[in-house]
Design a protein around this ligand. Structure first.
Ligand code: ZN
Length: 445
C-alpha cells in the first residue's frame, strides 16, 4: 500500500471512481444477436477529460514495457478500449450469471492505463492516447484473442481454482462433500494442498502468506538436495512429455554427469552425479514401457476437487497420470538419498491424498465406461537403486488411514482464522518473510 501511494503521489489530481467500468457489444452468432460484456479490474480515476485505470502489481514494474507478453499486450488493448467506451456498472457485483446494468456514458478525450509496482513504487504507462487510438489498438492487438477466448477451449483445473468464483459449478471440478473430513464451518473460499499443510505445520503465517500468491524469495527455500530433486523431476517430466510417447532409456540420463541442468534447475558435483544415477535408474521402472505411442500420458497433472462442506478447493499436483489398457495410474516419484523403511503414507502424505482422490473418482477419465478405476504407485529413486511400490486403492484399511491423514493435515488449518506466525530457525529460509508482520526488525546499528 505504501509503495502504491508513493507511486501515484506525483500524478495530476483525478477523482477516484467507485463503480466498476464495463462496456457491452452486440455480435451476431448464427444470425442471433448476442451481447458480450467486457470489463476491467483495477483502481479507476477520472477528471479533466481523462479516464485512468491503475493496475496494482505486487512485483516491480520498472522497465517492464519491453518484455510484455502477447497476452499482456492484448489485455492492455482490451482495457484501453473498455475505458474509451466505459459506463459505470450499476448492478451488484456478484450476480455473475446476469447481464450487467450499466449507467450513462460520459465521453472523455484521453485514456491512460498504468501499472504500479507496489513493492518499489515503480510506475509503468501501458497505454496513453485518445479513445480512437484505443479502439484501433483493440482491433490490432485484442480482438482475435477475445474471439478465441469466447470460442472456449478445454478446462484445465489447477492452482488457480482456489480463487475462482465459479469453481462450485465448474464441470471439470468434481464436488465431493466432506472430502477433507473437517467439522469447522466454511469461512471464505480457500485452496488447500499438501504443500499448504506442510507450510502450516512449519508456520501458520507462511501457509497463509503463500496462499495469497505474494511474490516469493524463491532461492531462500532451496537446499542442494531440493534443487537436485527438482532437477531429476524436471528431467523425467521432459522425457515423459515426448511425442509420440516413449519409455525412458538409461541413455536418456544427462550426458554430462558432473554438471547439468533441467528446466531452471542446475546441479553440479555430488548432487549432479546422484541425480544422473537417479534419472538412469528411473528407466528401469519407467511406467511407459510397452505403451503405444498414442497412449494417454499426462505428466505434472493437477487434480482438483471442491469440498463444499468446507468450501475448500483441494489441489494435488501429481507427477504422472497415465493409462495402461483399461486402468489409470497415478505415479508419484520421490528422490531420496537413502531408502526410508517407514510407512509410505506417513512419509509421503501426498500419497494419502492421491489415494483418496483416486478412490473418489476425482481423477479425470477414471469414471469413463470401460475403465477399472485408478491405482496409485510410489516410485522411489534412491542412492542404491529404484524401488516401486503399488498401493491398493480397494484396501479399506489403507483408505481409512489415507482419510485420517488427510483430515489430520487439514483440520487445524481449516479452523484457523488468525494464522499467527511461529518464528524460529525456519524464518531464515522463509520465502515470504518480507511480508510477515512478525519478522524480526533488522538492528538499526
Ligand atoms: Zn520414464
Amino acid at each position: 500500500m505504501r509503495g502504491y501511494l508513493a507511486a501515484v503521489a506525483g500524478s495530476e489530481p483525478l477523482t477516484p471512481v467507485s463503480r466498476d467500468w464495463a462496456r457491452q457489444r452486440t455480435d451476431l452468432e448464427d444470425e442471433v444477436p448476442v451481447v458480450h460484456e467486457e470489463t476491467v479490474t483495477g483502481r479507476r480515476y477520472e477528471g479533466d477529460g481523462i479516464r485512468e485505470l491503475r493496475i496494482p502489481r505486487f512485483k516491480s514494474v520498472a522497465g517492464r514495457s519491453g518484455d510484455l507478453t502477447q497476452g499482456e499486450w492484448a489485455e492492455t488493448a482490451l482495457a484501453a478500449a473498455v475505458l474509451a467506451d466505459a459506463r459505470p456498472v450499476l448492478s451488484p457485483r456478484w450476480k455473475s450469471q446476469q447481464r450487467l446494468t450499466l449507467g450513462r456514458f460520459t465521453p472523455v478525450t484521453h485514456i491512460r492505463v498504468v501499472e504500479i509496482g507496489c513493492v518499489d513504487a515503480s510506475r509503468n504507462v501501458l497505454f496513453e492516447g485518445t479513445p480512437e487510438e484505443a479502439h484501433h489498438r483493440y482491433v490490432r492487438m485484442a480482438e482475435a484473442r477475445v474471439r478465441a477466448v469466447k470460442a472456449g477451449g478445454d478446462y484445465l483445473p489447477g492452482q488457480g481454482c482456489g480463487a475462482c468464483e465459479l469453481v462450485d459449478i465448474c464441470p471439470a471440478v468434481p464436488s465431493r462433500p466432506g472430502f477433507l473430513g473437517v467439522d469447522s464451518p466454511p469461512a471464505r473460499r480457500r485452496s488447500w494442498s499438501m504443500t499448504t499443510a506442510r507450510d502450516y505445520r512449519t508456520c501458520p503465517a507462511r501457509a497463509h502468506l503463500k496462499d495469497l500468491f505474494l511474490p516469493r524469495a524463491e532461492a531462500a527455500e532451496n537446499t542442494p538436495a531440493i534443487v537436485r530433486g527438482q532437477a531429476v523431476h524436471t528431467a523425467i517430466e521432459e522425457l515423459h512429455s515426448r511425442s509420440p510417447v516413449r519409455a525412458c532409456a538409461s541413455t536418456d540420463a544427462p550426458a554430462t554427469p558432473e554438471h547439468w541442468r533441467a528446466g531452471r534447475w542446475e546441479v553440479t558435483g555430488f548432487q549432479a552425479r546422484l541425480g544422473t544415477q537417479m534419472v538412469g535408474d528411473h528407466a528401469l521402472v519407467c511406467p511407459l514401457h510397452e505403451l503405444p505411442g498414442d497412449a494417454q500420458v499426462y505428466p505434472e497433472r493437477s487434480l482438483v476437487v471442491h469440498d463444499p462442506d468446507a468450501d475448500v478447493v483441494v489441489v494435488a499436483k501429481t507427477d504422472l497420470l497415465y493409462r495402461r489398457t483399461d486402468t489409470w495410474f497415478l505415479r508419484e516419484t520421490k528422490t531420496v538419498r537413502s531408502l526410508d523403511e517407514s510407512d509410505p503414507l506417513l512419509a509421503y502424505p501426498q500419497l494419502a491424498l492421491a489415494l483418496l482422490l483416486a478412490h473418489e473418482g476425482a481423477v479425470p477419465g477414471t469414471t469413463e465406461e470401460g475403465t477399472t478405476g485408478c491405482r496409485v504407485e510410489l516410485e522411489r529413486l534412491t542412492g542404491s537403486g529404484p524401488v516401486l511400490t503399488e498401493l491398493d486403492g480397494d484396501d479399506g484399511e489403507l483408505l481409512a488411514q489415507a482419510r485420517r491423514i488427510v483430515t489430520e493435515h487439514a483440520t487445524h488449518w481449516h479452523a484457523d482464522e488468525e494464522y499467527v506466525a511461529r518464528p524460529g530457525k525456519h524464518c531464515e529460509t522463509c520465502p515470504v518473510i518480507q511480508w510477515c508482520p512478525s519478522r524480526p526488525e533488522k538492528s538499526a546499528a
